[in-house]
Design a protein around this ligand. Structure first.
Ligand code: BES
Ligand code: ZN
Length: 591
């Protein structure tokens, strides 16, 4: 027995899946995917093979040629789901599982037409990271077990499917249905498997980049992300060749629970990025950067998540620095610093989750999630970069990408590679303090920016000072965000009104600013903010916004009443993860 991932029944000593062949039929009436998943093995296999499943109904399993394969579904474990154990006859080259998903699968959200922009057709999307691929298909759901795949998805006519794969044509499939084919030749971890179905339109942004969205959103999306090709070119210069052929993006309906998800060849994005001024495209830079840090070289398990996210935040800000200059990058580091401090404070009672190298046996990765691996991780990378020298470190990153291309690595493997390249460097930056101790080491890099200092000083003295000059409402979005972050947390109603008037906050299309403002106002019981907060919580499912807003409303009795009412109304339209996050916040409300 060699289980290597605390969140998977994947066993190193068992047969390896090399690729999947999937045939799935989307049933929008019953909200299930039904079909067959064929697992093709690297070599003729025999004996026990353990797969992960969650909420799947398994009908039968057959080997190539149709011979039945004995199988057994284990008991439901709260985090892991159910182990599907196959007993493969000697010489088995492939096993096909006939199965169906559950309408409640946390890996899928089925939207009614009313929940889309167009209101005509339903929508379906997957979100597999960290461990929800097992709710979509039976698989070795660990990043250690990389697979390529081919898929055929059968849909009602009028709908279009996209996947984390290249398109391989579509054709009629019986009356009123159409089948879309896909091929993903590069081996990926299961958490990067992705599927979305809806009324979709594509718009080319460059020879290798297209954005997909609902027809009502496509023009806005194409405008917002028009500069993506320049980001790809910058990223290639920094990290090496783009190895995934195309870089396409999909703008999802507003219930998508994340800002972005780096599904290879098809980044998924929240529509809250469509601010109308391109001010939130750093999320695209981030998801694009994952094409190297995360997708080409992946974390082996969720315990090494910082290798994905810390590296990617660092990479995102290197792209930003190259495109928009040192000052813009410093403001991003400044915003991140504040978010990091808040997270460290929030995890005061669970300091072990503020290490970079975590230990998650018995812990749901969705519960361990925070900005710590992002912002602390990125600062560790900068500490290494500064100690090695930027040019030397850039060379190192390229060779790290080359050495571990299409592999999944642990923190220990990463450290060994650093040590072999730069003997003594880990000791110089006190790597054990970063990796294995909670909180932020005293030697953490600082990012200096005159503008950051200025905004911080203005915010801290704002209550007693002469007020902002009228030009403040024209500050750049990041400047406003920093100002809001640094304001005193306690504000009276007059102060809230004055702030809103000076910075024109309530009407903002930039959701970072709008949420920061609504949270500040709601936490102070400022009633004019309740209606916009209600609108936001009804429309948007991105957890980064929903969670803190429910939290802020919880600070006053009037706010709690608003929160409870809006939740009872909006809960059925939330993604399972968003619903769980909101419930968990509200369960902490005073009675
Ligand atoms: N891979 C993450 C999203 C994720 C993490 C999904 C863990 C499920 C489990 C993605 O790359 C990400 O980090 N998105 C951020 C945006 C980014 C700019 C920090 C988000 O969604 O806010
Ligand atoms: Zn990320």
């Amino acid at each position: 027995m060699a289980r290597v991932d605390p969140h998977s029944y994947f066993d190193d000593a068992q047969p390896r899946t090399k690729s999947w062949r999937l045939r799935l039929r989307a049933d929008f009436e019953r909200k299930v995917l039904r079909g067959e998943a064929t697992l093709l093995f690297a070599a003729a296999a025999k004996g026990t093979l353990d797969l992960d499943t969650k909420g799947l109904t398994v009908e039968r399993v057959v080997a190539e040629g149709g011979a039945p394969v004995p199988f057994e579904l284990g008991p439901e474990e709260p985090i892991l789901g159910r182990r599907l154990r196959l007993d493969l006859p000697a010489g088995t080259r492939s096993a096909t599982v006939f199965y169906e998903t559950s309408p409640a699968s946390a890996g899928l959200q089925w939207l009614s037409p009313e929940q889309t922009e167009g209101k005509r057709l339903p929508f379906l999307f997957s979100q597999c990271q960290a461990i929800h691929a097992r709710g979509v298909l039976p698989c070795q759901d660990s990043a250690v077990a990389r697979v390529s795949y081919e898929a055929e998805v059968d849909l009602p006519e009028g709908l279009t499917a996209v996947m984390s794969a290249g398109p391989a044509g579509d054709a009629p499939a019986g009356t009123g249905r159409r089948a879309f084919k896909f091929s993903m030749p590069q081996p990926i971890p299961s958490y990067l498997f992705a599927l979305a179905v809806g009324e979709l339109e594509g718009r080319d942004l460059s020879h290798r980049c297209r954005v997909w969205a609902e027809p009502a959103t496509i023009a806005a999306a194409a405008w917002e992300f028009a500069d993506t090709e320049s980001m790809i070119a910058r990223a290639e210069a920094l990290f090496g060749p783009y190895d995934w052929d195309r870089y396409d993006m999909l703008v999802l309906p507003p219930s998508f629970p994340y800002g972005g998800m780096e599904n290879p060849r098809m980044t998924f994005l929240t529509p809250t990025l469509l601010a109308g001024d391109r001010s939130l495209v750093d999320v695209v830079a981030h998801e694009l950067a994952h094409s190297w840090t995360g997708n080409l070289v992946s974390n082996a398990t969720a315990e090494h998540f910082w290798l994905n996210e810390g590296f990617t935040v660092w990479a995102e800000r290197r792209i930003l620095k190259a495109l928009r200059g040192e000052e813009a990058a410093a403001l991003s580091w400044g915003i991140g610093q504040r978010e990091l401090e808040e997270a460290l404070e929030r995890f005061r009672d669970k300091p072990e989750l503020t290490r970079l190298r975590t230990h998650l046996t018995g812990v749901d990765p969705d519960d361990a999630f925070s900005v710590v691996p992002y912002e602390k991780g990125a600062r560790f990378v900068v500490a290494l970069e500064r100690a090695a020298g930027e040019a030397e470190f850039d060379r190192f990153v390229k060779s790290y990408m080359k050495r571990f291309r299409f592999q999944s690595v642990t923190t220990e493997q990463f450290c060994a590679f650093v040590e072999s390249t730069f003997p003594g460097l880990l000791a110089t930056v006190d790597a054990p303090a970063w990796l294995d101790r909670p909180g932020l080491p005293a030697n953490a890099p600082r990012f200096v920016s005159a503008r950051l200092e200025e905004l911080t000083a203005l915010a801290r003295s704002w209550k007693t000072g002469p007020g902002l000059d009228p030009a403040a409402s024209k500050w750049r979005p990041d400047e406003i965000l920093i100002f809001l972050q640094q304001l005193p947390r306690e504000l009276g109603p007059e102060e809230c009104a004055r702030l809103d008037a000076a910075l024109k906050l309530t009407g903002r299309g930039n959701f970072e600013i709008l949420t920061a403002w609504l949270c500040l106002a709601a936490a102070n019981g400022y009633e004019p903010a309740f209606e916009p907060a209600r609108r936001m919580l009804t429309r948007v499912g991105r957890m980064k916004y929903v969670r803190p807003l429910y939290q802020a409303l919880g600070k006053t009795a009037a706010g709690r009443a608003v929160a409870r009412e809006v939740f009872s109304q909006a809960a059925p339209t939330y993604h399972a993860l968003t619903r769980r996050a909101a419930e968990s916040v509200m369960s902490q409300y005073p009675a």
